[in-house]
Design a protein around this ligand. Sequence first.
Ligand code: SAM
Length: 310
Amino acid sequence: MGRSSKDKRDVYYRRAKEEGWRARSAYKLLQINDDFNIFEGVTKVVDLCAAPGSWSQVLSKKLRGEAGHKSDAKIVAVDLQAMAPIPGVIQIQGDITKKSTAQAIISHFEGEHADLVVCDGAPDVTGLHDIDEYIQAQLLLAALNITTHVLKKSGTFVAKIFRGKDVTLLYAQLKIFFSMVTVFKPRSSRNSSIEAFVVCQGYSPPDGYVPNMSNPLLDQQYDLDFNSLEGPNRVIVPFLACGDLSGFDSDMTYPLELEPGKSTYTYTQPTQSPIDPPYKQACELRRSDMLLKQASSGLDETSRLIGERP
Ligand code: SAM
């Protein structure tokens, strides 16, 4: 592949380089802002999962001006990876699912609150959808947990989300904390990707909710007795995978197990056979050779003729 083929294929990738953004993701935040006006009145913001830094660049430009010192808006950017400096952006290198990182972010606000928290966090995608969606959900919930510590009432939270099969659980949990939750797919996000962004506006935690650092989402400590949390403090439900790897995998085929001392397998009848099952007639027809495939019709198993012989 030539050096310019990616440029040809992806206009956002090409434009990002031309316009000085570190990643094409910049356009996603810009397009979210075009529709939701999320920067209005913002002077303090947290950018979670920020590397290589295009969202921080957008924030710096929009809130602090071209050179990064038109205002003293506070921008705190966090990522596992090191990030080259950006004017006016405070950087923290750390894992947002770790308590220590959450505490470092909170300490930068010294009791003050952020107006906006954004999170573009994504795991290194494995291609195993359930695992990718699970890790992405963990990142989002860890980001939400940090948000409950730093966001001002009525503030905004924007986060990447994978629209997998359990996504409605996440929407429901976000809806507990925000008066308005919208799912948005910017034009610059590829259609082939399951990514979208939740734009959560009007932060209003339930009465009596106390942000806490013993949240099982942080440090993946699921040994906390979840039932000991009471009332509104139970609202963030950990996204738990059930079972462990020692159980049988229901999608695998295993060899038949022989009884001790026997060399042949003994078939065990079902505990209770179905009473008058709908397929009974088909079984009887098959036994008497009355169930025929339509010769070379291309029709599948479900399209067999029952009881008709040529
Ligand atoms: N918004 C960024 C930009 O505009 O340049 C791009 C973010 S990139 C899609 C996803 C980032 O999530 C990666 O830099 C990755 O290191 C970060 N990440 C993934 N898991 C993380 C974690 N547990 N803690 C902190 N950062 C994480």
